[in-house]
Design a protein around this ligand. Structure first.
Ligand SMILES: [Zn+2]
Length: 460
């Protein structure tokens, strides 16, 4: 009997994805006879459509009781259709905005993957599998208490990373196990700050920026204003490659403010990303999830994310007309690292002219067009065509959606008195190791970096 009790007081966590890498988050939490997954993300990078993404899961999806989703980025939701395809029949739990944002995000990824002729992904990413996911999906408010068993309770805490993003807090035997998902770079223009957690016993935390600090973001709106004005004076076109989810809406929100307060001259602003336009419609439905300041500003403004001069171009025929509009003008389009999407066509058109500007608003991965432009390349191959880069290149780095190294440490410091062990995940190995070391050295808390596929036992 004693032995059985011991077993009941132990939980097992296996780090199937997002261990030793930023993307592909996928953790299995086994407690009280339940098999619970946290996130089911696609591994992203140059090899998205190949490699380990398409080999079968290392566990049996049929045996999983519940899949919890922290937020709607593809590296946290992208393998849901594959999980369904391999027989997952349990429930999916998330916040309400996450459920709403997941639909367009998965359909967009299905569209991109279907263009890759080397793989027959149609069956995995079928509409049927995506629709089935939503039949199994239950959405909750932050802090709503969800009872899983007599001894196991769960709730979502605001992570402040993107709309609806959550940390997942499990309580078992009065012990708290917290999975952070991605942690926001608070304060954000739109979202509330990451909730303060002071009493977790075990922490499974992200570490994308575990070894780096961000530049100050205090001046980013002023910088944006200055770049827009300089470009206007040259009568140029300002290109802003941007990520569809959160970054685009943040940018619209800030442009809205600059336009309506006459801080920038009037000119056409094209919002040329079908996915971002669809996601922005969802943001409009969830304005009660914004921070107080944003809600207050928006209560004065009947047209959320809309202002004089803004043209949202959903159809590609409208997108093509952008070229006919004389400069000065602004074009916002995906993808954020210029690795695809409509921005690529605009880059071919506008990069060769020294009166134009390209503004990079976030981290650019090694090998992407965005990264090469950032590094000052003068001639670049864009979808098979050599393009001269004479346009001005500007950067605003304060737009990162993740906490930096110091903020991650502050987040842990709040629970310094309670936390027994920390597992550092979702970062490049160098970044995760650095953060784990810093937690051990500065806070004296046990911290480790699990390997992909590794299991750990925690006593509860
Ligand atoms: Zn994320």
């Amino acid at each position: 009997m004693e032995k059985l009790k011991d077993m009941n007081d132990t939980a097992k966590i296996t780090f199937y994805g997002g261990a030793g890498s930023v993307t592909g988050a996928n953790f299995l939490f086994e407690v009280d006879d339940k098999k619970i997954l946290i996130d089911c993300g696609l591994e992203q990078g140059p090899e998205t459509a190949e490699g380990t993404n398409w080999i079968p899961f290392s566990y049996n999806p049929r045996e999983i009781d519940i899949l919890f989703i922290t937020h709607a980025h593809i590296d946290h939701i992208g393998k849901i259709p594959k999980l369904i395809h391999e027989g997952f029949n349990g429930k999916i739990y998330s916040t309400k905005p996450t459920r709403a944002l997941t639909g367009p995000m998965l359909l967009d990824t299905a569209g991109i993957l279907s263009k890759n002729k080397d793989f027959d992904l149609g069956k995995v990413f079928s509409e049927e599998n995506i629709n089935k996911a939503f039949l199994q999906w239950v959405a909750f408010e932050y802090h709503e208490k969800i009872k899983i068993t007599d001894n196991l309770e769960v709730s979502f805490k605001d992570a402040g990373h993107i709309l609806g993003s959550a940390m997942i807090e499990f309580i078992y035997n009065n012990k708290k196990i917290l999975f952070t998902g991605d942690l926001g770079n608070s304060p954000s223009p739109l979202l509330p700050d990451t909730e303060k957690i002071t009493d977790a016993d075990y922490l499974i935390m992200e570490s994308v920026y575990g070894d780096r600090n961000h530049e100050s973001k205090k001046d980013r709106k002023n910088l944006l204003e200055r770049i827009i004005e300089d470009n206007y004076k040259r009568k140029g076109t300002l290109l802003i490659p941007t990520f569809s989810l959160e970054r685009s809406q943040e940018l619209l929100f800030e442009l809205n403010d600059l336009v309506e307060n006459n801080r920038i001259p009037m000119m056409p602003i094209f919002f040329d990303s079908p996915l971002a336009i669809r996601l922005t419609e969802i943001f409009k439905q969830f304005r009660n999830y914004f921070n107080e300041k944003a809600q207050k500003e928006l209560s004065k403004d009947q047209y959320l994310f809309d202002f004089p001069g803004l043209h949202s171009t959903l159809e590609s025929k409208d997108s093509k007309k952008i070229n006919e509009t004389p400069s000065p003008k602004i074009i916002i389009a995906g993808s954020g690292m210029s690795s695809g999407g409509r921005i690529v066509h605009h880059e071919k058109e506008y990069l060769p002219d020294a009166n134009n500007t390209i503004l990079l608003t976030g981290y650019q991965s090694l090998g992407t067009i965005g990264r090469l432009i950032q590094e000052g390349i003068k001639k670049i191959r864009i979808s098979g065509e050599m393009v001269e880069v004479r346009a001005h290149v500007e950067n605003i780095l304060g737009y990162s959606g993740h906490k930096d190294s110091d903020s991650l440490l502050n987040f842990v410091e709040d629970m310094q008195d309670s936390v027994k062990k920390i597992f550092v995940v979702m970062g490049e190995p160098k970044s995760s190791m650095f953060l784990a070391q810093k937690i051990r050295d500065n806070l004296g808390i046990e911290a480790s970096v699990p390997q992909g596929g590794e299991s750990v036992f925690i006593s509860l």
